[in-house]
Design a protein around this ligand. Sequence first.
Ligand code: SAM
Length: 286
Amino acid sequence: MARDERQAIEHLLARHGFHFSKSKGQNFLIEREIPRRIAETSAAERTNGVLEIGPGIGALSAELCRRAGSVVAVELDTALLPILDETMAAFDNFSVVNADVLKLDIPALVRERFAHLTPIVCANLPYNITTPALTALIEARCFESLTVLIQREVAQRLCAAPGTAAYGAFSVYMQYYTEPRLCFEVPPECFIPAPKVTSAVLRAEMRAAPPVDVADEAFFFRVVNASFALRRKTLVNSLTTAFGALGKQKLTDVVVSCGLDANVRGERLGIAEFARLAAALREAGG
Ligand code: SAM
């Protein structure tokens, strides 16, 4: 079955003279079962407007169109547009925006295209833009959930718990705004061309409100980033990268005043502890 699907895709691409671009992160899904499971994981239904990033030749788009009210797909590669015209001809709830998602006004697009629909995201993301794309989608603040196929290691990082090697500043960012969950893995052989890494589907429901009270979010994330700046050093040493002006003794006092050990490492702190630390640093004039 997979061999037939692969051949059909290869014929389609050859007929259109299409060549894969590594820099555009082009790895297309060939097993029909995988896009079906991704679309199912997104829980898309008729009341949803789905923003898809990078439809490729439409493997996931078709599954989304079968479920959602409307699917708007942002595709950077102009060479894919005539192919999508052909593969998506049967769906009148599908449209393509030929643009770079990182340069797009996402909230404006959502307002314009998804009136009366609940916006969600579902995509097999180009892996080279995973972090900026997820950041832009979260900052758009208009989606109910994000379901994305990404590198497994990245998915593990986003879901990682404090104290683990995978836990970092982006885990805190993701878990502050969303509730991420790694749903299932997708092996390299499910793609053409096969990537070097295993992939995973991550579903992240947007939180209605952050899990902790934070007075100044920009300052909170400055503290989080500084706390992970020197991973092998203590939190106090790491904090000096951004708050060195306070002096090491003052930073130690602030850390201890939060009920933390003076020698604790940043990766041990959960979101609530980062919030306490940010409040204390702010009060100390950081
Ligand atoms: N959804 C298809 C699938 O699952 O078979 C293709 C996914 S492929 C991993 C990523 C897609 O994103 C490609 O079609 C690529 O051209 C497109 N892409 C890459 N960078 C992009 C960007 N900055 N904005 C929009 N689309 C982009």
